[in-house]
Design a protein around this ligand. Sequence first.
Ligand SMILES: Nc1ncnc2c1ncn2[C@@H]1O[C@H](COP(=O)(O)OP(=O)(O)O)[C@@H](O)[C@H]1O
Ligand SMILES: [Mg+2]
Length: 365
Amino acid sequence: MGLALTELTVSHFRSHKLARVSLDGRPVAIHGPNGAGKTNILEAVSLFSPGRGMRRASAAEMTRRPEALGWKVSGVLGAQGQRYEIETWSEGGAARQVRIDEKASSQIELGKLARVVWLIPSMDRLWIEGAEGRRRFLDRIALSFDPTHAEASLSYEKAMRERNRLLKEQVRDAHWYAALEGQMAESGHRIHAARLSALDYLRAAQDRAETAFPSAELELIQTEGAMPETAEDLRDALSESRFRDLAAGRTLVGPHRSDVYGVFAAKGVPAKDCSTGEQKALLVSLILSNARALAEMVGAPPIVLLDEVAAHLDAGRRAALYDEICALGAQAWMTGTGPELFTELGDRAQTVVVTEGDEGSVVTA
Ligand SMILES: Nc1ncnc2c1ncn2[C@@H]1O[C@H](COP(=O)(O)OP(=O)(O)O)[C@@H](O)[C@H]1O
Ligand SMILES: [Mg+2]
């Protein structure tokens, strides 16, 4: 069995007042009408990994209204033959906290135990919208391989914000710039290296996989120029760019200017020019590759969250997806409006029904 939640309790979280389910490691098929609270369950599960969860919401947004008391998500996680009790919560909109086996812990520690990857409907426009979404997509993948990736991103962004502030205010203190550029070079180089190795892991997993989903050729590119290869080079590039950056009022070189270029490999067509269905299939393929690569790296597949994915695939592709998930041994949490979307799974999955009640969402396993 892969990494799996065996108990999940969701309390005062969005539409859920109190929901509790016991699970056995099989994939979880969640169905119920629109607005019932299915995605909210997946979002709660996404909080078993570091960061803001799959909707990138603040702790305050996730608090059940109108009470707005704060929320708590807890569960028992089975990983590598071990059992961990995990709790994460927020009080009064404050940053979320984490406890593992009743001891205060950090999101990075959580990230080392639980790997969670997801595909959500808003990613359908990933290839046609701006570079930021694609960077974030790749960063989530990089984070799943390397739980310290988030630290590098935070430290880079903090230093860049400060540098951008100096640029806007037309400050010309060379020492101040040099100090910030040193920090940006160090963390920026780590970010770039983690992204490149994430792409290598994906490529290797795609090449080895027997899959019904199309493979994607992915390449990290720069919006402008080339990404400096070493931390030293990045520091020099930042320093050289200072004059130009002063004119622009922001930093123009670095990993925040990277983008992911994707091609539907079999056809040689850029992902952005593929049909909606093909773009979806590429994303499914990438998430499965991410899961396969993680299974090899850490010895267990991650928890995979697939929100409204079934509805977008034809019956053949859907059956293939279920077969591949079961072959991987991943605890995939999948949502759909009706049970007919999950018939091909049969008893290979557990069913959870979510409906809307007077007191909020009602969850029955
Ligand atoms: N903070 C919140 N407090 C209470 N209800 C919320 C909160 N955030 C979202 N909701 C409600 O959750 C419902 C949507 O749940 P969702 O899980 O997205 O539905 P679906 O089953 O369609 O996936 C909506 O009715 C929305 O009003
Ligand atoms: Mg939904």
